[in-house]
Design a protein around this ligand. Structure first.
Ligand code: Q46
Ligand code: ZN
Length: 328
């Protein structure tokens, strides 16, 4: 197989574009796709300060790498969730990445800040770990970005993540989540920071190939709580369709964004006000994160085999989709 651009030996095939690239041309293709997303969706400009939510995984570190390469002003934020060895390994990867490039990495350590970790929240509240984890990440991404004066938070959601989330939301007709599924979530109210997903046009396979070609070291192990996540089943289903018909995932996602998303837009008036405890924006008196902390700190109730609540998301620095940046 030859590179579509320079006719050298091709390393990476991009079947949905009917193309294949050598290492150098693939990196160019990847950068072009990210630039295209940034401009097409007016995500940010060279003047903006960008905070990249990094998990130590391939997607978020690849994203940080591309943004720096393209000349954007991008720092990192790592949220230490306290999930044993997985958290310590992924934190180390982020620290190494930042140190090698001389960039700032902010760290939000849940244990140090609030005296709780994701396993403790799950244990005390009987929620599924990903439920508390997703809520904590959404809260901390916004709060850290707002307090540190960043204009935008960028997450490493890729085409596979977005298409799988869309499939899950369509299967259950989650109209509220469908309305909010977008590569850009505007900061509609004071205290909220814009959220963007510059990798939404690139597949998981492509971000992995980019990380390898660019020599980015990342954590390969998955979070132990990701086992059995519905999002993995949805990804498998879409991969099967993609195998038979390359371009299915992209057509599904981009078609939805272009033709269908508007149909779910709601004009529900919601009033945002500061949480009475932490002053972060919320639609309730006390924000969802403060309520979660209170629930966690209550004396433990006996476990009566109650079903765990909540749904998982696919990557540690990628909160479950469609859920408001600040839950009511
Ligand atoms: S880090 Fe957190 Fe993920 Fe682990 S606990 Fe679940 S949401 S799986 S993406
Ligand atoms: Zn609060």
């Amino acid at each position: 197989m030859r590179c579509t651009r320079c006719r050298e030996e091709a390393w990476v095939e991009v079947r949905r574009h009917n193309a294949a690239y050598c290492g150098d041309c693939f990196v160019r293709f990847f950068h072009d796709q990210v630039e295209r997303a940034i401009h097409h969706d007016r995500m940010f400009s060279k003047e903006d300060r960008i905070l990249v939510a990094v998990s130590g995984g391939k997607d978020s570190l690849a994203l940080w790498d591309v943004l720096l390469h393209l000349g954007y002003e991008a720092d990192g934020l790592y949220v230490d969730l306290g999930i044993g060895e997985y958290s310590s390994n992924s934190r180390r990867m982020c620290e190494q990445f930042a140190a090698a490039r001389g960039r700032t990495l902010h760290i939000s350590d849940m244990d140090a800040m609030f005296g709780v970790t994701v396993p403790v929240i799950a244990e005390q509240t009987r929620r599924a770990p990903c439920s508390g984890c997703g809520l904590a990440k959404r809260y901390l991404f916004n709060r850290e970005a707002a307090e540190r004066g960043y204009d935008v938070v960028a997450t490493g959601h890729n085409l596979d993540d977005e298409a799988a989330t869309l499939l899950g939301n369509v299967l259950h007709w989650q109209s509220g989540y469908l309305a909010r599924q977008s590569p850009v979530l505007e900061a509609e109210d004071a205290g909220l920071v814009r959220k963007v997903k510059p990798l939404y046009r690139l597949s998981e396979h492509e971000t992995a190939a980019y990380a390898v070609i660019r020599g980015i070291e990342y954590v390969v192990e998955e979070c132990p709580n990701a086992v059995g996540a519905k999002s993995i089943l949805h990804k498998d289903a879409l991969n099967l369709l993609e195998q038979h018909s390359p371009g299915t995932k992209q057509a599904f996602l981009l078609g939805f964004l272009d033709k269908a998303r508007g149909a779910f837009a709601s004009d529900d008036p919601h009033q945002i006000r500061p949480c009475i405890e932490c002053e972060q924006p919320t639609t309730a008196e006390r924000c969802a994160f403060c309520r979660l902390l209170a629930e966690t700190r209550q004396p433990k109730r006996p476990h009566r085999g109650r079903r765990r609540r909540g749904r998982p998301s696919a990557d540690h620095a990628k909160p479950a989709e469609g859920v408001p940046a600040v839950a009511p």
